[in-house]
Design a protein around this ligand. Structure first.
Ligand SMILES: Cc1cc2nc3c(=O)[nH]c(=O)nc-3n(C[C@H](O)[C@H](O)[C@H](O)COP(=O)(O)OP(=O)(O)OC[C@H]3O[C@@H](n4cnc5c(N)ncnc54)[C@H](O)[C@@H]3O)c2cc1C
Length: 265
């Protein structure tokens, strides 16, 4: 059976803002954001159809996945925070060049997570690709929520203002330049976020966790720690890779399929 087609929303750029040396917020308007009216997930994401650009021999746009922030169906506005990771790829360079009046088509939204208000505490962790979803989760938490947010950034000046409940401790973890980690030190880098999470004082009661970012960091490092070592039930953990070092979104989809196949045997 084929899946129902995802709703398409035409987005028009209204403004751009440099949030940090490697993040750009692009604000959009739409005539019709009704596709978002029943979206309850804080990690709500869209597939953006990105043109391959004048230098390409291919006409077909590529699909790239991004978190849709602050959608207002009433005002027809939403924001997307793009990590700029050099000149490679399509979506990152598109955001750098974006100007008011540019248009994109967004498919979706999808989503799977919103912080459970019944949980005793929350663990939110990831790199800058997950920061938009972590920002949305922190905004949705009740004022008396407890827990931790750990955000992996390349350098101290990449820290951004972030509203959070007083009882949620925010750590900006400086891990170095993500784009240029050489293969030999990539493995060391994979451990840094895990080590920071291990070092947190594990709180009493039921945790609800949201951990996303580079796929080896999340899936090979942090997932076994949470599920096996800490015994957190699968249903209380939202964890996946948002990108994979050395892979484009297309070849990363193959990596995910291979991982799923390997785990199903
Ligand atoms: C559900 C979901 C939500 C996401 N939300 C966001 C979001 O809100 N903001 C955001 O910036 N990203 C987000 N991402 C990640 C984003 O989809 C990927 O980073 C994507 O690969 C970027 O596409 P691209 O065309 O720029 O690069 P691609 O053509 O996919 O890749 C080109 C090269 O750049 C490398 N690369 C890709 N992303 C990064 C990165 N972040 N840092 C360093 N190198 C990289 C690749 O490994 C590859 O070598 C999300 C992903 C998912 C699955």
């Amino acid at each position: 059976m084929s899946r129902p087609a995802k709703p398409e929303t035409v987005l028009v750029v209204t403004a751009t803002e440099q949030l940090s040396p490697t993040m750009i917020r692009v604000s959009f308007r739409s005539e019709d954001l009704s596709a978002f009216s029943s979206s309850v997930f804080t990690d709500r994401y869209v597939k953006l159809s990105i043109p391959q650009g004048p230098g390409s021999t291919e006409d077909a746009p590529v699909l790239r996945t991004y978190t849709a922030l602050n959608p207002s169906v009433e005002d027809g506005t939403l924001d997307i925070d793009f990590v700029v990771h050099g000149t490679e790829g399509y979506a990152g360079p598109w955001a750098v060049a974006a100007e008011p009046g540019d248009t994109l088509v967004a498919l979706g939204p999808g989503g799977a997570y919103a912080p459970d208000p019944e949980a005793d505490w929350h663990l939110l962790a990831g790199d800058e690709t997950a920061l938009p979803a972590i920002r949305a989760a922190l905004a949705a938490l009740p004022a008396d929520a407890r827990g931790y947010a750990v955000i992996d950034i390349p350098a101290p000046d990449h820290e951004q203002p972030l509203d959070h409940p007083e009882g949620v401790e925010v750590t900006w973890l400086v891990t170095g330049d993500h784009t240029h980690h050489a293969a030999q030190d990539a493995e060391g880098h994979e451990q840094i976020l895990l080590t920071a999470i291990r070092d947190l004082k594990w709180l009493d009661g039921r945790v609800h966790a949201f951990v996303h970012g580079e796929a080896a960091v999340t899936m090979h490092g942090i997932r076994p720690y949470l599920l096996k070592e800490r015994g957190v039930p699968k249903a209380d953990v939202s964890i996946s890779g948002y990108w994979r070092r050395g892979r484009t979104e297309e070849t990363f989809r193959e990596w995910k399929r291979e991982l799923a196949d390997a785990e199903s045997v």
